[in-house]
Design a protein around this ligand. Structure first.
Ligand code: NDP
Length: 432
């Protein structure tokens, strides 16, 4: 048997770990990845890596998931072939064959598609000047290294930096940029507040205040319309503000984080799709026999905490990446694991802060804020359904035990007593 993992990203490392743990035979697992290095913990790129605190090989998988650090020698010792710098240019799922750049054909008995997602680039929307140099995206180590070099330049020459996007990448990169000593950092994003799809205006306001205190300017409700430049290099970011007026913010370095797109094109027309990804069942099995999909590219049956309805959805999060990789390996090895059961979970770290979120910021839920938003030490919000059940929980700070309490409370849809919702920690509220 040959099990092939297509994609050498975060998921591949966890697939390999599970393969060994589940008794997979040496010599029968092959990983094919386009990047030049074996799997690493991708979330580190927009956090410790930008501060120079995380460097490879320090953050190879599975250190983030409490496992061994799997350097190339680990794979060799376990009889796993990990091919780096190898691009798959064609896939024939029925014939069970992959073609690599250069023409080599690799056959498989079982395939795990772990191709992940790629950044959305502003050049795709033909934004004028989007191809100027000095405009950076952050998805892989190579991008990160280029960004570090550009950051060193910006710091040395006192250059201005603009971050486009107020999502995960925008927030974490802006924090990394200013923390690394860059004096002028401006964030430009279209929503009325940071991380608009998750944070309430109250929560976003706390972070916006913190960014301001650290010297980051937030320009909200702003749409980027183009970039100015000289000699092929970016010099400014043009945007229209909420009132429709146009502005140009000076920038020698621009960091763009405007979302990601699943890498599913190789399989177009061969496999059922859903939610912009590859449709899988609770075993991570696709519509093609012996072919599985995991991580960012997989659209899996996700049960809504709020409504109980099941719909195929993608989750661009490392926890799902790790868990789904393990699930697919068990399924591919014939171990018939119980159906995949996933509670949406997100987290982020900026400056010396760290937040977690479990469940859903369900539309229609009553949102109850708690904690000390003035000091910004321990605060959050609970999303409570009309019938008094907890369906989502956000917590900044708190004790090391709090996240587990919140997770359990959301997973069990704890009945919430509104009278107790003025305590200083969300977990304390739930535990009470
Ligand atoms: P996000 O979807 O989090 O954020 C994208 C941001 O860009 C939003 O503010 C969005 O606004 C804005 N935007 C979209 N289009 C434009 C545009 N044309 N001009 C200006 N702004 C625009 O994506 P990211 O790029 O931040 O992250 C990419 C992926 O990496 C995600 O899957 C994310 O989950 C993952 N990631 C996760 C981290 C974590 O969990 N801590 C850390 C880093 C990355 P709008 O919503 O209005 O479109």
């Amino acid at each position: 048997m040959t099990v092939v993992v297509l994609g050498g990203g975060n998921a591949a490392g966890y697939a390999a770990r599970e393969y060994v743990a589940s008794g997979g035979k040496p010599g029968e697992l092959k990983i094919i990845g386009e990047e030049g290095v074996v799997s690493y913990e991708r979330p580190a790129l927009s956090k410790g890596f930008l501060l120079g605190a995380a460097k490879l090989p320090g953050f190879h998988t599975c250190v983030g998931g409490g496992g061994e650090r799997q350097e190339p020698s680990w794979y060799a010792d376990k009889g796993i072939e990990f091919r780096t710098g190898a691009k798959v240019t064609a896939a024939d799922l029925k014939a069970k064959k992959l073609t690599l750049e250069g023409g080599e054909v690799v056959s498989f008995s079982k395939l795990i598609i772990a191709t992940g997602a790629r950044v959305v680039k502003l050049t795709e929307f033909k934004v004028p000047g989007a191809d100027l140099s000095g405009i950076h995206y952050l998805r892989n180590v190579k991008d990160g290294e280029a960004m570090l070099a550009a950051m060193a330049q910006a710091k040395e020459h006192g250059q201005k930096v603009v971050v486009v996007g107020g999502g995960y990448i925008g927030m974490e990169c802006a924090a990394g940029l200013v923390s690394s000593g860059i004096k002028s950092v401006t964030m430009v994003f279209p929503e009325p507040g940071l991380l608009g799809r998750l944070l309430t205006p109250e929560l976003a306001g706390v972070y916006e205040r913190l960014y301001q205190e650290k010297g980051v300017t937030c320009v909200k409700g702003a749409k980027v319309t183009g970039f100015t430049g000289a000699d092929g290099k970016v010099a400014g970011v043009q945007y229209t503000d909420a009132s429709g007026a146009t502005h140009t913010a000076e920038a020698s370095l621009v960091v763009v984080g405007v979302g990601a797109r699943a890498n599913a094109e190789l399989f177009a027309g061969q496999v059922e799709m859903a939610a912009g990804g590859i449709k899988v069942d609770g075993q991570m099995a696709t519509s093609v026999p012996d072919v599985y999909a995991v991580g960012d590219v997989a659209a899996f049956p996700l049960k809504s905490v709020a409504t109980g309805e099941v719909a195929h959805a993608r989750q661009e999060h490392v926890t799902h990446c790790r868990m789904s990789a393990a699930q697919a390996i068990k399924a591919a090895l014939g171990l018939a694991p119980p159906p995949y059961d996933y509670l949406p979970y997100f987290y982020s770290r900026i400056f010396n802060l760290a937040w977690v979120f479990y469940g859903e910021a369900a539309p229609g839920a009553t949102v109850v804020h708690f904690g000390d938003t003035k000091e910004a030490k321990c605060f959050g919000a609970l999303w409570v359904s009309a019938d008094g059940h907890l369906v989502g929980a956000f917590l900044e700070g708190g004790s090391p035990e709090d996240p587990a309490v919140l997770k359990a409370a959301v997973a069990s849809k704890a009945k919430v007593d509104a009278a107790k919702l003025d305590a200083s920690s969300g977990a304390a509220v739930i535990a009470a």
